[in-house]
Design a protein around this ligand. Sequence first.
Ligand code: ADP
Ligand code: ASP
Ligand code: MG
Length: 461
Amino acid sequence: MAENCIVIKFGGTSVGDAKAIERVAAIVRGRLPQRPVVVVSAMARVTDQLLQMARAAGNGDRKTALTLARELRERHYNTAGELLGTALFTQFHSDLGTEFEELEELLRGISAVGELTPRTTDHVASFGEVLSSKLVAAAFSAHAIESTLVDSRDCIVTDDTFTRAAPLYDETNSKLREQVQPLIAQGRVPVMGGFIGATRTGITTTIGRGGSDFSAAIVGAGLGAERIEIWTDVDGMMTTDPNLCPDARRIKVISFDEAAELAYFGAKVLHPATVLPAIQKNIPVYILNSRNPSCEGTRIAARAPHCKNFFKAIAAKRRITIIDIAAPRMLLAHGFLKAIFDAFDRHRIAIDVVSTSEVSVSLTVDSNESIPALAADLSRLADVKYEGRKAIVCLVGENLREVPGIAAHVFGQLTDVKIRMISQGASEINLTFVVDEEQVPGIVQRLHKTFFADPDPEIFA
Ligand code: ADP
Ligand code: ASP
Ligand code: MG
């Protein structure tokens, strides 16, 4: 019978500097009786910086790439210097030195070729979590927590869809049981980097931006953990992004479905895929604040209790492009929608919101996708126009289909706003619309004021 354990994941800001890592050590120490497995993100902003150096190298700008790499080296050494005693630091210095030489070697190689592939992008990006996991494991030793570094590339087996690889669960689960389970049984704390994995043949991959939450869920599901804790820099899942709306309230408990919907539509506090492996195993997920560890955070559970308010939360996803496809002659003939969706499939571009009329289809996609190539492909079928700088606003709540007049309630607040698309009913729990990006703060603040003026004390803190 496997040992019980919990998985605790710390995001970038929670391991952003020496003070933050000390807080992490204190949180882990307090949970030793529950046998924690620790998953860490790269230090705050590091993944962005690594991708920036990869791009510089890809453009042949070796100097910029190496300068950025040196800054990264300094930051990690300085943090380690603050955290570790002399003996540990000397050992760690040479260990980290090897990683940085490999990174610099890789950047030189990329700039010599002047070409950056998704595969090398992942190799560069992986250093963030490789370095942070080493740093955190060393800091635990310095704080007398018996821990063992586990290289996630030895456990998380993925396909070769570089930059957003999908985990291969059977292989991953058996590796986790082989490599991580025995450490738990010995009373040691395994420390793993999130976000990264490797193919069956050992080539480094990443599982998508923000993917350390997903890693935590993969590990938690694979080990049959009792709970998964996602430690971040806010008190939990809030009624809206606290950066947009300072009076956002903490949601005490929310269902898996609602959390997934919110995460998908922009509440970046949680990676959308996170909830999946956890739902399947019915493992509760908590979102907690590493700067305020005594706060109860948000519990994500299979079912949420009834809420007196219409909505649980409002999310916004910016950097959206609307694609309008008009086919006047075809009148959306049989097979036309299929041809359109096939084109999206060929370009591996996900669609968020769809709306159709007799002669046209509008869809939204993430602006980061390579839209010109898709548009060229689609223009063989119909007239295609696309427009960026849009945003999706999504209101999430239970049983919205059952509530009369809900749309009037929402749009009654927005009579002066140009709404580009509306969607409701695909799931019972969301009402979604598309607007110009710059209108997001005003709209969210207005809706928040209306729908959270009198928050249900059972659900909101
Ligand atoms: P981490 O580095 O810990 O993974 P992220 O930056 O990915 O943290 O996610 C936390 C951030 O998510 C918060 O600082 C907050 O700005 C943002 N956020 C967006 N929507 C929400 C929401 N509804 N509730 C809480 N945080 C949100
Ligand atoms: N470091 C990765 C990123 O910034 C993964 C994560 O933080 O979840 O995307
Ligand atoms: Mg995150």
